[in-house]
Ligand binder design. Structure first.
Ligand SMILES: [Ca+2]
Length: 296
């Protein structure tokens, strides 16, 4: 017995050979998948055995662009002329679907397109990592958010079964986000919709499904039709809008330093709906700026 344990420890310390079916926290995941969701134990173990630990994911998730870059850097990446031009072309190419989504969910075509632009450059960059590698590496070895990623790992097993996806081949970002709009597994299951009428939710290949799903996500997270995202204000006007109530997220002031100048904004409901997509002020602001560019 001792020999076996020692052997496991040695294998485990060589990260590339990590066998996640043997990880100290894997038993709970395996039991939940088998007992609560009806998976075959041998299937689950086999999948975990085939997952690979990727150290770069642990580094990326600890240092996301939203935290390491200044607003100027972030804005420079997401408001490049090419991304603005490509977004305008995307709107032209998908106008009828975008108009339908706007009517069904109240979310303007420019905002849906801006999210697609920031997330994946309109579907050009959907992520190169196997999701199974991301969710096992982060679910078993991330020191801060492993519980969240293990929960996503369970959701990913269910999602791939429901949608008939190959669990060992499905690709996404380093954090396990997938498809045009970069939905994580639990969001895919809860908010992604079929919007091209083939009765299959496909965020990897169907632009229409992606458009409908993003609009549905924002709608379900408090998007207000005709509501505003942010308003620019003078610094001395910030105070009177401030409502520091715990349950009230509306009307909070935001300050962004842009090329050395402090800009002040009041964020409204729709800003928070966007931030629910990716919890970051600079992310939501980049989406807002990009959406505004499409109107010019
Ligand atoms: Ca579909």
């Amino acid at each position: 017995m001792r020999k076996v344990l020692l052997f496991t420890t040695i294998i485990y310390s060589l990260s590339v050979f990590a066998d996640y079916s043997m990880h100290v926290d894997s038993e709970e995941v395996i039991n939940e998948l088998v007992n609560e969701h009806g998976f075959e134990k041998t299937f689950v173990i086999n999948v975990l055995k085939n997952a690979k630990k990727r150290k770069e994911m642990l580094e990326s998730v600890a240092n996301p662009a939203e935290k390491t870059k200044t607003w100027d850097d972030y804005k420079a990446i997401f408001l490049k002329k090419k991304r603005i031009r490509d977004g305008k072309i995307f709107i032209e190419d998908n106008l009828l679907t975008l108009q339908r989504a706007e009517k069904d969910f109240g979310v303007p075509k420019e905002v849906i397109t801006a999210i697609l632009g920031v997330e994946t450059d309109y579907g050009r960059v959907m992520g190169k990592y196997r999701v199974i590698d991301s969710l096992t590496t982060l679910g078993f070895d991330d020191p801060r958010r492993s519980e969240f990623f293990r929960s996503e790992l369970i959701q990913f097993f269910i999602l791939t079964r429901e949608n008939n996806l190959d669990i060992l081949k499905t690709k996404g970002s380093y954090a396990g986000a997938m498809g045009y709009g970069q939905f994580i597994s639990s969001s895919y299951r809860a908010y992604a919709i079929d919007y091209d009428g083939d009765e299959y939710v496909d965020l990897f290949n169907s632009v229409e499904d992606a458009i409908g799903s993003i609009a549905n996500y924002l709608n379900r997270h408090g998007w207000k039709k005709e509501g505003s995202i942010v308003s620019k204000v003078k610094p001395n006007n910030v105070r009177k809008f401030y409502k520091p109530h715990k349950s009230l997220t509306r009307f909070l002031p935001l300050t962004f330093t842009e090329k050395g100048e402090e800009l002040h904004f009041i964020a409204d409901d729709n800003f928070y709906a966007i931030a629910r997509y990716n919890i970051s002020d600079v992310y939501a602001m980049a989406v807002y700026y990009l959406a505004e560019e499409f109107k010019k």
